[in-house]
Write a protein that binds this ligand. Structure first.
Ligand SMILES: [Zn+2]
Length: 284
């Protein structure tokens, strides 16, 4: 599932290729991909004669600021959530359609943004200029601070962890506490901090909290620098893989030797999620 580094990599690609080109039309192949407005026709009507000024990311949500191609006035927002398997690809329009193509946004006659999504949980929104994106993409309105912003301070993080007796792995996946950290980077950050994933969050010492805070930021930045992680479906807008997976400490490395101590990496389930850790390096 794409997490913050993958979505950020997609955002950077979209910002590189899709700005200042008129959206000349849309084709919705799977209507339920459009979460707002109610029909593909209204979605198409909202996007016609607009162009993308810039792409933003909040947690795992992407949203583009639109302006009218005629007047350059604000023309609403285009929102996207990739969910499990969504891919936003920048392709030439004559390229063969992948069978999981759900939505096409034509930017002139030669190029398009294609939304390909095998599992069909992905969503797209057109949001009118009278509203804020978070009012319509309601999940986005509930997100905790971005990991790279000052609001995600050690004090904030420590206060939230202190109150919880849930296991630390489950707590750092909570998007209302911190936005964008999913299963891959939770496992990686816990390994880097030498914290067992089943440790009750409230039991962590302040130095463990500091180390975990730093590790979350570091692993996300390292992965962004590598273009994200590809284990199954994730691709950047040019259709290429991310490279973090080859560097992972524990994620997806069950039964392989720990890169530090050579002990076999174990996989357990915590809060319903597969969790990878080194039983030697990470003790409760
Ligand atoms: Zn180890």
């Amino acid at each position: 599932m794409p997490e913050l580094p993958e979505v950020e990599t997609v955002r950077r690609g979209l910002d590189k290729y899709t700005l200042d080109r008129a959206i000349t039309g849309t084709e919705v192949l799977l209507p339920r991909t459009i979460a707002h407005p109610d029909t593909p026709e209204e979605f198409d009507f909202g996007l016609q004669h607009t162009q993308i000024q810039t792409w933003h990311r909040r947690g795992k949500y992407l949203f583009a600021e639109l302006v009218s191609t005629d007047t350059q006035q604000a023309a609403g927002w285009l929102g996207v959530h990739l969910r499990m398997t969504g891919q936003l690809l920048w392709v030439e329009s004559h390229t063969d359609l992948h069978k999981h193509t759900r939505v096409r946004l034509f930017l002139g006659k030669d190029w398009e943004i294609r939304f390909v999504d095998q599992r069909t949980f992905g969503q797209m929104w057109w949001i009118p200029p009278s509203k804020e994106p978070g009012q319509v993409m309601t999940g986005m309105g509930k997100l905790g601070p971005e990991p790279f912003e000052p609001a995600f301070s050690i004090e904030y993080f420590a206060a939230k962890l202190q109150k919880s007796q849930r296991n630390i792995k489950t707590v750092i996946l909570d998007q209302t506490l911190i936005a964008g950290v999913g299963n891959i980077y939770a496992d990686e950050a816990l390994f880097m901090s030498k914290i067992h994933p089943n440790t009750p969050a409230g039991n962590l010492t302040i130095s463990q909290v500091q180390l975990l805070h730093e590790s979350i930021i570091n692993v996300l930045q390292t992965s962004i620098d590598q273009g994200g992680t590809t284990f199954s479906n994730y691709l950047n807008v040019q259709g290429t893989n991310g490279n973090y997976g080859g560097m992972a400490w524990v994620y997806n490395r069950t039964k392989q030797p720990c890169r530090v101590c050579k002990t076999s990496i174990e996989k357990i389930r915590l809060g319903g999620r597969g969790t990878h850790y080194c039983p030697e390096c990470q003790k409760i």
